[in-house]
Write a protein that binds this ligand. Structure first.
Ligand SMILES: Nc1nc2c(ncn2[C@@H]2O[C@H](COP(=O)(O)OP(=O)(O)OP(=O)(O)O)[C@@H](O)[C@H]2O)c(=O)[nH]1
Ligand SMILES: [Mg+2]
Length: 453
C-alpha cells in the first residue's frame, strides 16, 4: 500500500487561498487528527467532493486556521487514491503549520510530481497526459496552455493508441506465420501488412512534423536584432517591449552587450535579443559585444536585420548583409521611415523587406503579420502539436523502425526480420505512452514537476 503524502499545492506567496493536498489510502483518518468539522463528524462521512468547514489545528489542539476541507475517495480522484484537500487562508505561515500538523499525524512530504506520478502509476493517465500537466503549469502563452490542455485531455494519446494497436495486430499475425512456417504469407496479406505500415508511418510523420512548431510554442522564437551601430535596433526592442527596456542615444555604439527580452509579436512569443551594432572597433569592450552579436546570429531562429533607410548603404551595412545573406529566416527592417527614403528594397539581396519607424511604430503591424506567417505554424494549438523532446525522439525511432519494416517487407525479407522492426517500433511507442518506459526515465520525468503536483 502506498504511503500517505502531503504538500502545499499553491505557491509560497501570500494569497487569498492556499491549498494543502494529501493523498493515499486512509488519508481521511489522518485528516481527522488535525481537522475538526463544525458538526464534529469524521471527514469521510462528509459528502464526497464537497467543501466542508472546520478548524485546522495542531496536535495540541491549537487552531491554525478556520478552513474548508474536501474529501475525494479513490479511485475517482486525480491520483486514483483517497485524497483530501484543505483550502486554507493563503498565508505561507498557515500553510507551513498545517502541513507540519499533517506530517506529525502520519503523512510524509510529497516528492516533486509525486501526485501526478501516482496518477500515472495507478492508470489514471498515460505518460503523454502526465507530461502535459507540467507543460500546462509552465505555459507562458495562452496558445502553449491550450496545446498542453489538449494533451492533458488525451489528444496525443488518442492519436498514438490506434498506431500501437495496429502494430500489435501486425505482430500477432507475424508470430502466427512464424509458428506455422509451412503456410506462406500470400500476396494479399503482404499488401495488407504494407498498407498498415504505410498508414501508421504517415500518422507518425504527421505528428513529428509539428515538432518545430512545438519548439517555438514552448520556448518562443529566438530572434536577434542585428545591424550596424545607430540604425535603431534598441529603439525597436523598446517599441516591441512597450517600455524603455534599453538605453537609446544618438551615439553609435550605445549597446555594448546583448540584451534579452521576451515579447509577444502578434500571436508569437519571441525571445528578442538586442545586440551591439556590428563594426570594426578598437574598443575592447565593444569588440566583445560585436563578437556576441555574431554568436546571436548563429543561435537565432529569426534574424531581424536593421538598416537605416534614410542613409546610403555603407561598407558596415555591407558586412552585416553578408553575414545574413545565406540565412533561412531574415526579415529586413528599413528603419527611420519618417525621414526621406534613400535605400530601396531592390538594393538589397533579401526577399522580406519592410519599411518601418521604430520611433512611431509605423510598419510594426506588418512586421507582426510577417512573423506570424513565418512562425505561427499550421497545426491548431489543441494538443496536436508535439512539444516534448523525449516524445519526439521516441516517435522518431518508432517511425524509422516502421520505415525499415516496410522496406524489409517490400524487399522480401523473412517475417522474423520484419517482425524485429515492428517490435522495435512498438517498444519506442510504449516509451511515449508509458507502456514500456523504464523506471529511471519515469523518475526523471516527474522530477521536472513542482512539489504538490
Ligand atoms: N528619425 C528616427 N530616428 C530613429 C528611429 N529609430 C531610432 N532612431 C534614433 O536613432 C538613434 C540610434 O537609435 P538606437 O536605437 O540607439 O540604435 P542602435 O541600433 O541600438 O544603436 P547601437 O546600440 O549604437 O548599435 C537614436 O537617436 C534614436 O532616437 C526612427 O525610426 N526614426
Ligand atoms: Mg543599441
Amino acid at each position: 500500500m502506498s504511503q500517505i503524502i502531503a504538500a502545499v499545492s499553491t505557491g509560497n506567496v501570500v494569497s487569498a487561498i492556499g491549498i494543502i493536498r494529501m493523498t493515499g489510502a486512509g488519508c481521511a483518518v489522518v485528516a481527522d487528527k488535525v481537522f475538526t468539522r463544525m458538526n464534529g463528524k469524521p471527514l469521510a462521512d462528509a459528502p464526497e467532493r464537497k467543501l466542508v468547514l472546520g478548524d485546522l489545528h495542531d496536535a495540541q489542539g491549537r487552531v491554525i486556521d478556520q478552513c474548508c476541507a474536501v474529501f475525494t475517495p479513490g479511485p475517482n480522484s486525480y491520483t486514483g487514491e483517497d485524497t483530501v484537500e484543505f483550502h486554507c487562508h493563503g498565508s505561507p505561515a498557515v500553510l507551513a503549520a498545517g502541513l507540519d500538523a499533517l506530517y506529525r499525524a502520519g503523512a510524509r512530504p510529497a516528492q516533486r510530481g509525486e501526485f501526478t506520478k501516482r496518477a500515472f502509476l495507478n492508470g489514471r493517465m498515460d505518460l503523454t497526459r502526465a507530461e502535459a500537466v507540467i507543460d500546462l503549469i509552465e505555459a507562458e502563452t495562452a496558445e502553449a496552455a491550450a496545446n498542453a490542455a489538449g494533451q492533458v485531455g488525451g489528444r496525443l494519446q488518442k492519436k498514438l493508441e490506434p498506431v500501437y494497436s495496429d502494430l500489435k495486430d501486425l505482430c500477432s499475425h507475424f508470430h502466427a506465420v512464424l509458428d506455422y512456417p509451412d503456410e506462406d504469407i500470400d500476396d494479399f496479406r503482404l499488401n495488407e501488412y504494407a498498407g498498415l505500415l504505410k498508414k501508421n508511418g504517415k500518422t507518425l510523420e504527421g505528428i513529428l512534423s509539428t515538432y518545430q512548431q512545438g519548439q517555438i510554442l514552448k520556448r518562443g522564437v529566438r530572434a536577434a536584432i542585428v545591424g550596424k551601430p545607430n540604425v535603431g535596433k534598441s529603439s525597436l526592442l523598446n517599441a516591441l517591449a512597450g517600455y524603455e527596456r534599453v538605453i537609446v542615444t544618438e551615439v553609435a555604439g550605445t549597446t555594448r552587450d546583448t540584451v534579452e527580452e521576451t515579447v509577444k509579436v502578434g500571436n508569437v512569443m519571441m525571445r528578442l535579443v538586442d545586440t551591439a551594432g556590428i563594426r570594426d572597433t578598437d574598443d575592447r569592450i565593444e569588440a566583445m559585444g560585436v563578437e556576441r552579436s555574431r554568436r546571436a546570429i548563429e543561435n537565432a531562429d529569426l534574424v531581424i536585420l536593421m538598416i537605416d533607410g534614410s542613409q546610403p548603404l555603407s561598407k558596415e551595412d555591407g558586412e552585416v548583409i553578408e553575414l545574413c545573406e545565406e540565412l533561412e529566416n531574415v526579415i529586413v527592417l528599413l528603419n527611420k521611415a519618417d525621414k526621406k527614403a534613400v535605400v530601396e528594397p531592390g538594393d538589397l539581396p533579401f526577399m522580406c523587406i519592410i519599411r518601418c519607424c521604430a520611433k512611431t511604430g509605423e510598419g510594426l503591424d506588418l512586421f507582426a503579420d510577417t512573423v506570424e506567417e513565418m512562425f505561427a505554424g499550421e497545426a491548431p494549438c489543441d494538443g496536436s502539436i508535439l512539444t516534448n523532446a523525449r516524445q519526439f525522439d521516441a516517435i522518431r525511432r518508432a517511425y524509422e523502425a516502421l520505415t525499415s519494416a516496410l522496406r524489409g517487407l517490400r524487399m522480401g525479407f523473412t517475417p522474423d526480420a520484419v517482425l524485429t522492426d515492428v517490435e522495435e517500433a512498438m517498444e519506442a511507442m510504449g516509451e511515449v505512452t508509458g507502456a514500456t518506459v523504464r523506471e529511471d526515465i519515469t523518475a526523471r520525468i516527474f522530477e521536472r514537476f513542482c512539489v504538490g503536483k
